[in-house]
Design a protein around this ligand. Structure first.
Ligand code: PMP
Length: 754
């Protein structure tokens, strides 16, 4: 009403009618309300539009894996399930059982002191319990822990070899999580010489040792950036870089790419591994034009784009870990150096265009791919670079290099605005000393040659190892990015992760992610590489001989069977019925199994069951529409089924006594009942012709149906009286579902367990 009047007055003014054109007090309120509503609609619309246009670039995997993490329930295989996880037949299972016990006995014998040490600290050392739990896919963990209990406890390094607490020399391909680029002996001397440079000062923090200036100078030259900031770990340095980017751009969002790891800070962990909802981090698809479009469109909201260049090896996938090796397809790599270079160039251009800082997290790639890290390797410059791992010559470190405008931690225009980013151990003299040694080594003219040589040797090893694996018809291959390499599995298997343990028995030490990410260092000599190749091929040969990798001819239908089991298990762990229902189901299935073993071994009998079961299922449905035909067909199928038993497997009937069903005498009486019904009907009519029988069929079918009900319910009542309700229901459910499970059990293509 008020609004109408106001509109009329407004219209009069617009028509220049002096009579109606005047303003009331309410008009002001109405105008203010309308303005506010328009602003609210504008902002809501803009947010909606942003969300809608960002959607095509958003990575779904992190969100889905978080969703799943809350729903997938714990499941531990028992030993039998462990050995049959892929549904392989009995002879293979026996072979595996012996092999697993043999391997466990061997490794236990070889690592007695290490195992005793680990058992002494495991319960008090949560870091060890975490890495231990993440070695193998979770259903296999219990059996592996019971049998193996392994832990790497080492006391000395000699070139790329580590001496274990039990005195063996093992070849290390864990690379100390990426720290070991140049070889342990170099780090030992850097730490020693570095300490001698600063030892007069000792662990003084706050006041700075003069050597810091030289480190800053070298880091600026290598990174090509203006300023440096020191931290204690890669994670801490990533946190510092992100905070400084937000502070200096006054923007909210950080763009990360799907699968990329940036340390354990939950501000950059959108997927598995953290539960904090990330409202200020957009996780986009890696190497994808839709992501470029989002960065371009939302540039004014984005504080920085954070890239981990090791993702060029496996864009959009999390760091490869044996614990997720549920199938062989889980692990993939890409020979994407050229493609990734192009992607980084495009990203660089879009960031420059929109004024968005580009941060390279080079904690892993810096000083591993090349002396100048990924910036040099891919030929793309970032606005900030985060280093860690090897840059302090073997000491703990995180460092941020960046452009001046991004490294400020105070606002010259607003003195109260500061970014409080500082740590006690920043520029620790011992760290700075070793860093000085490393940086001088890596800045020397011959470093580039050492990197090239080391990368080339690793690539040569990969080529010759793949040849050896192919010659031995082994289902695995290796791929590398510089000195980072991974094992790929070429045939479907659920046991690929076991390779870690076979490698361990050959004397190779892997990190807790297993065969997913392995590293070579510069001190790997030609002989070490030969040794590594023979250990890898040897371990794989043994694994194959022990039946963990069955070929398609050894196990026909393996892929389908594995997929089927995995889906079933996944669904089973997502939707878990209540415990009593689970045990009830297990008992029904056990009875079915007993029944199969008692009297269903003959192939023709199995075929008769397949046939009759198919007809029964059809009759279950048909009975609702046409009871007469359903009963006739059903009885014919029952006849075929019982003939199979009576003629083809009569001796097995003795075993039936142990089961819940009818014995042969009772079955004969039931069949007699079915025969008597038409006889009585015909006798009542007094006409013994086929035509008379035809006319009576609907009535006969109805009585057959009631006779079936009586027989079945009578048995239920009998079992209830003799045992209890549960047993009677087990029999009833088994009977009703037998046609379905018989088809599964006797279908010719279905893999049979012996
Ligand atoms: N960023 C990247 C790319 C890394 O690889 C890592 C460690 N693997 C980190 C950050 C975290 O470093 P730190 O473990 O020293 O905290």
């Amino acid at each position: 009403m008020i609004a109408n009047e106001a509109l009329e007055r407004l219209a009069a003014c617009l028509r220049s009618e002096t009579a109606g054109c005047h303003f009331a007090l309410t008009d002001g309120w109405l105008a203010a309300g309308a303005l506010l509503a328009a602003i609210a609609i504008f902002y809501a619309g803009r947010s909606l539009l942003r969300a809608a246009t960002t959607l095509p670039a958003l990575a779904l995997l992190p969100a889905c894996s978080r969703w799943l993490a809350h729903r997938v329930k714990a499941r531990d295989y028992g030993e039998e399930e462990f050995l049959r996880a892929d549904g392989a037949a009995e002879p293979w299972v026996q072979l595996r059982k012996q092999a697993l016990d043999r391997l466990a006995t061997f490794l236990r014998g070889q690592n007695q002191r290490s195992i005793a040490w680990a058992n002494g600290v495991r319960e008090s050392f949560s870091d060890l319990r975490f890495t231990d739990a993440n070695r193998v896919p979770f259903p296999f963990v219990r059996v592996m822990r019971e049998k193996f209990d392994l832990c790497s406890v080492v006391t000395a390094s000699q070139g790329p070899k580590l001496r274990t607490l039990d005195g063996q020399l093992t070849l290390d391909v864990s690379g100390s999580y990426g720290v070991n680029v140049a070889g342990f002996d170099r780090y030992k001397s850097w730490i020693e010489r570095g300490w001698s440079l600063v030892k007069e000062l000792g662990p003084v923090l706050g006041p700075l040792h003069p050597i810091v200036a030289e480190n800053i100078r070298m880091l600026k030259t290598i990174s090509g950036l203006d300023e440096v900031s020191f931290h204690m770990s890669g994670t801490e340095a990533v946190m510092a870089a992100v905070r400084m980017a937000r502070f200096n751009t006054r923007r909210k969002y950080i763009v990360c790419f799907s699968g990329a790891y940036h340390g354990w800070w939950d501000g950059v962990q959108p997927g598995l591994g953290s539960e904090r909802p990330l409202e200020d981090c957009l996780t986009l698809k890696d190497v994808n034009p839709a992501s470029l479009a989002v960065i371009r469109r939302r540039a004014r909201e984005i504080a920085a784009v954070l890239v981990n260049p090791v993702q060029s090896f496996h864009p959009n996938s999390p760091p490869p870990n044996d614990a997720v090796l549920l199938t062989s397809d889980v692990r993939k790599t890409e020979d994407s150096t050229a493609r990734y270079k192009l992607w980084l160039e495009q990203l660089r251009a879009v960031c420059s265009e929109g004024g968005v800082p580009l941060i390279f997290d080079e904690v892993y790639t810096g000083f591993r791919l090349a002396p100048g890290g990924a910036q040099e390797y891919f030929g793309v410059r970032a606005d900030m670079v985060v280093y860690g791992k090897t840059v302090a010559g073997g000491m703990p470190i995180g460092a941020v290099c960046g452009k001046k405008a991004l490294m400020r931690r105070f606002d010259p225009a607003h003195p109260m605005r500061i970014a409080y980013v500082v740590g006690t151990f920043s520029a620790h003299p011992a760290v700075m000393g070793a860093m000085n040694e490393f940086l001088r080594w890596v800045s020397a003219p011959d470093a580039a040659g050492l990197y090239e040589e080391s990368n080339r040797r690793c690539s040569d090893w990969v080529r010759s190892t793949n040849q050896a694996l192919a010659d031995a018809a082994l289902p695995l291959r290796v791929v590398n990015l510089a000195t980072v390499w991974t094992v790929l599995f070429k045939e479907p298997s659920r046991y690929n992760w076991l390779l870690q343990y076979y490698l361990r028995a050959e004397g190779v030490i892997l990190s807790w992610v297993g065969t997913g990410r392995c590293l070579s260092s510069m001190d790997f000599s030609a002989e070490d590489y030969r040794d590594l190749q023979s250990k890898l091929v040897g371990a794989a040969r043994k694994m194959k001989a022990d039946a963990w990798w069955l070929t398609a001819s050894e196990y026909p239908g393996r892929e389908q069977a594995m997929r089927h089991r995995l889906v079933k298990e996944m669904l089973g762990s997502l939707v878990q019925p209540p415990r009593p229902l689970q045990t009830f189901y297990a008992e029904v299935m056990q009875r079915k199994q007993d029944d199969h073993h008692a009297s269903h071994s003959n192939a023709v009998n199995q075929f008769f069951h397949l046939l009759s079961s198919s007809v029964f299922i059809y009759c279950y449905v048909l009975a609702f529409a046409d009871l007469t035909t359903a009963m006739c067909l059903g009885l014919a199928a029952l006849f075929v089924r019982q003939c199979g038993h009576a003629i083809l497997e009569p001796p097995c009937h003795d075993k039936e006594k142990l089961l819940l069903g009818y014995n042969t005498r009772n079955k004969t009486l039931i069949v007699l009942g079915y025969v008597l019904i038409p006889v009585i009907q015909l006798a009542q009519g007094g006409v013994w012709t086929l035509a008379a029988l035809g006319a009576l069929i609907p009535t006969i079918a109805q009585q057959w149906f009631f006779w079936t009900l009586l027989v079945v319910l009578g048995r239920v009542a009998y079992l209830l009286w003799k045992y209890d309700f549960r047993i009677s229901m087990i029999w009833f459910i088994k009977l009703v579902t037998d046609p379905l499970t018989d088809i599964v059990a006797y279908f010719p293509r279905w893999p049979q367990r012996a």
